[in-house]
Design a protein around this ligand. Structure first.
Ligand code: RB5
Length: 146
């Protein structure tokens, strides 16, 4: 699969480590920056990565900032994006099975890299269950006409 990845300065080191991990699993990584620990603004990196997922250039997105909160707020503004900020494998599992999330967000200052790798294993392998969850996801998109 093609995975869009982005971070701000707070998530930069994690982004590098996560990119290597995703590649080691046989996926292609599309890196939308940032490319150093110099201070930047997370919307500038979350938005283009989310657009790549929404336009189907990438299958999924992985976004990292200090808490994951900014990345999730920004990416959920893009039509067609369902971004989930996850802190456990249970949340990563539910994000795919129940919410059909297409972006997962992490906090580099809140979550260990080992926990994130476990969450990625789940997120990149589980499928949406559809059925009653499909009705709910459709209701989300009907709220704003997308
Ligand atoms: C940067 O200091 C921090 O605010 C950012 O990485 C993120 O946590 C925002 O949600």
């Amino acid at each position: 699969m093609k995975i869009a990845i982005a971070s701000d300065h707070a998530g930069f080191n994690y982004k590098e480590e996560i990119s290597k991990y995703i590649k080691s699993k046989g996926h292609q990584v599309l890196d939308f920056g940032t490319y150093s620990e110099d201070s930047v603004d997370y919307p500038d990196f979350a938005f283009p990565a989310a657009e790549a997922v929404a336009s189907l250039v990438a299958d999924y997105g992985v976004l990292i900032c200090g808490t994951g909160i900014g990345m999730s707020i920004v990416s959920n503004k893009v039509t067609g994006i369902r971004a989930a900020l996850c802190t456990s494998t249970y949340m990563a599992d539910m994000a795919r099975k129940h919410n059909n999330a297409n972006i997962i967000c992490f906090g580099a200052r809140t979550t260990t890299i080992e926990e994130i790798k476990k969450m990625l294993d789940v997120f990149l392998s589980e499928d949406f269950l559809g059925d009653r969850h499909m009705i709910r996801v459709e209701k989300i998109h009907n709220l704003t006409g997308n």
